[in-house]
Design a protein around this ligand. Structure first.
Ligand code: 0RA
Length: 654
């Protein structure tokens, strides 16, 4: 870190009292629900992280108490205890009772602050029924107690110490906060990221309610973060590219590594705050990456003179990177502050990455060759996919009012009242067509074999008749012509067998939606139908009970036997459990095809009884990762695809 003016109590600006915080908590912590509750923890943790960023602290630890309180401890300088010239009170009390009196808003405080969105520890104090602060400083221990933001004791010296730091325990005021349970996982995740982003810091969490404990320390900082993001993937090279440089008034830290997957994972942070929508740092990163890779490829004749440049997208296939920029005055765009604005940062990141990634490629020609080989492959696959798409469009396969022949459409034309089942296999498709409610339910059978995940690469999906039918039936178009408002069904339901093949097909379909029709996922339109695993048959075969989960079977039998006992039904304890529960047979369903039309409707399609699982964006992301894993190891197959694509572009129906 750069040198800074010595902190003195005078640099704290006194702004206003705490009343507004209790009156309008949402303005300060976002909400009074789960997010707001955890915001209180971040507020104090970020102050500890700031101490680490300024080079004064080595750890921040959090303890969730079994008494409803949370304790945050750091070994920073400790909040100053001297009298503050503007308030006439100790700096500790000033920091805890005056809004925005953190030391970092006065200028001349920190160069960089992680708690940038921070509104100050005074906000936590204002929203706590009780808060205790202990300061270790100048060889002494100090203590003070507050309630609802107001001191109830003086700052007292309570002993001697040879350490420094701050310890704050607070009890949220549950007359204001609606959410009362701290979440171990949420706090753990935040502390993990803090440790990745702040080199040399140790963070730890203890949960007194359960006894759970965890600590993080990553020697490599964001380098370790990139390794973590690539766990389980085949990487192009074990080594992670890393640079950490000061430029102008900023500090730029970048780590990156390529894997043999097709997805791009690039996370950009400004002052340790994640910017999901990127911004100037990400823009600078992208343009430098594309330029450096193209320059290297040209210089080393990996790209022929007449070949066009690799696109940015091509250069980022399989890329995992973390960009961390620290600056004095970060500016954000939009309401959510998810995007970094500062225009100067773009050039700074571009310059640093351009220079150091350039050196890196020069020094690691084998890695460089592999990265460029990957990008070239991506470029060719992209062109092949484009050609396939154009071909489909040219043939007019996606246009016109006529629907694919295999689609059994519903009679209803209002999307809100309509749903479509994508059914694995022609035979199950047949039963589904027979058993459905034809007013609201459309059926599109998909031939399992064609959709074999191991064989079909995503580009090739567009050359697949089944997928073209699907796109047409949904009415949304694809790629440039994609338009979610054309969606003809409110619910798109994937119905496959509960076996390996079935799960491959649903993985492939979810990946397809995730990559090419993400708005369908975003809008909550995609579902998985859950066919039953067991049927428990009653005497006379008149009625049955269906079980949808493996571990539900024993539970259901227990409950039914228990109920029968209570009702006074005579139960023979020598009989098996099935008989004790009053059933004559237990059938196990392996596939949809084992059910007739009526059974299929009753168990899996009847809106009154069926079990549907909504597919979330995260599920799509996971499917994509699984798909990559299935495909990623098949590099040979992929090369093969590239070599033969000239043929498939001409003849779509092979
Ligand atoms: C005001 C000034 C200084 C540090 C802090 C506050 C501070 C606050 C918290 C809250 C939790 N942990 C903290 N650690 C420090 C600067 C201190 C100096 O210049 O000595």
């Amino acid at each position: 870190m750069t040198k800074q003016k010595d902190y003195d109590s005078g640099s704290i600006q006194v702004l206003e009292g705490l009343e507004p915080v209790r009156k309008r908590p949402g303005m300060y912590i976002g909400s009074t629900g789960n997010e707001g509750l955890h915001h209180l923890v971040w507020e104090i943790v970020d102050n500890g992280i700031d101490e680490a960023l300024a080079g004064h602290a080595t750890y921040v630890s959090v303890k969730i108490g079994s008494d409803g309180g949370v304790t945050v401890i750091d070994d920073g300088r400790g909040i100053p205890t001297d009298i503050h010239p503007k308030t006439g009170k100790s700096t500790v009390e000033t920091v805890l009772t005056v809004l925005h009196a953190g030391g970092k808003f006065g200028g001349g405080g920190y160069k960089v602050s992680g708690g940038l969105h921070g509104v100050g520890v005074s906000v936590v104090n204002a929203l706590s029924s009780k808060l205790e602060v202990k300061v270790y400083r100048d060889g002494k221990i100090y203590y003070q107690e507050y309630t609802k933001g107001a001191p109830i004791t003086k700052l007292k010296e309570t002993g001697k110490t040879d350490r420094t730091g701050t310890e704050i325990k607070f009890y949220p005021d549950f007359t204001i906060l609606e959410q009362t349970e701290f979440n171990y996982e949420i706090i753990l995740d935040r502390l993990r990221h803090a440790a990745y982003l702040t080199k040399g810091i140790k963070t730890s969490l203890e949960d007194e309610r359960t006894g759970d404990k965890y600590s993080f320390y990553f020697e490599g900082g964001i380098k370790s973060y990139v390794k973590h993001l690539n766990v389980g993937k085949d990487v192009v090279d074990e080594d992670v590219f890393y640079v950490d440089k000061e430029i102008g008034k900023s500090q730029v830290e970048i780590a990156l590594q390529y894997s043999e997957t097709f997805t791009e994972t690039v996370k950009a942070f400004a002052n340790n705050v994640y910017n999901p929508d990127g911004g100037s740092h990400l823009t600078g990163f992208r343009s430098a990456l594309t330029r450096v890779i193209n320059d290297y490829a040209r210089k080393n004749s990996l790209l022929k003179e007449k070949e066009e440049n690799l696109s940015g997208e091509d250069c980022r296939e399989g890329l995992t990177a973390v960009i961390l920029v620290k600056m004095e005055d970060p500016q954000f765009e939009g309401q959510t502050k998810n995007k970094l604005g500062n225009p100067e940062v773009r050039g700074q990141v571009e310059q640093i990455l351009g220079e150091y990634l350039g050196y890196y490629l020069e020094e690691n020609p084998i890695v460089a060759k592999k990265i460029i080989g990957k990008s070239l492959l991506a470029a060719r696959a992209r062109k092949a996919a484009r050609a396939a798409r154009d071909n489909i469009l040219r043939k007019g396969l996606l246009e016109g009012a006529s629907m694919p022949g295999k689609l059994a459409d519903c009679s209803n034309k209002d999307p809100k009242e309509s749903e479509i089942y994508l059914v694995e296999g022609d035979s199950a498709g047949g039963s589904a067509k027979q058993g459905r409610d034809s007013k609201s339910q459309a059926i599109l059978p998909l031939r399992g074999k064609v959709l074999n995940v191991e064989r079909a690469r995503l580009d090739k999906m567009l050359a697949n008749n089944e997928i073209v039918s699907l796109i047409k039936a949904l009415g949304v178009g694809i790629d440039d012509s994609f338009d979610i408002t054309g969606l003809r069904y409110d619910r798109v339901i994937i119905m496959t067998d509960a076996d390996v093949d079935g799960s491959h097909i649903s993985t492939l379909l979810m990946t397809f939606f995730f990559r090419f029709m993400k708005p369908v996922l975003d809008g909550g339109h995609l579902y998985l139908a859950k066919p039953p695993l067991f049927e428990l048959v009653k005497p006379g075969r008149k009625s049955s009970i269906f079980i949808y989960d493996e571990d539900e079977l024993e539970k259901a039998l227990d409950e039914i036997i228990e109920k029968r006992k209570k009702e006074g039904t005579k139960i023979d304890i020598n009989e098996d459990r099935l008989k004790q529960a009053g059933f004559i047979e237990q059938k196990r369903y392996k596939g949809l095809g084992e059910m007739d039309a009526e059974q299929l409707f009753e168990t899996t399609m009847n809106p009154e009884k069926r079990v549907l699982v909504q597919v979330k964006v995260e599920d799509g992301e996971r499917a994509d990762a699984i798909f990559n894993k299935l495909m990623g190891t098949e590099v040979e197959l992929r090369k093969n695809f590239i070599q033969t694509n000239a043929k498939f572009v001409k003849d779509l129906d092979i």
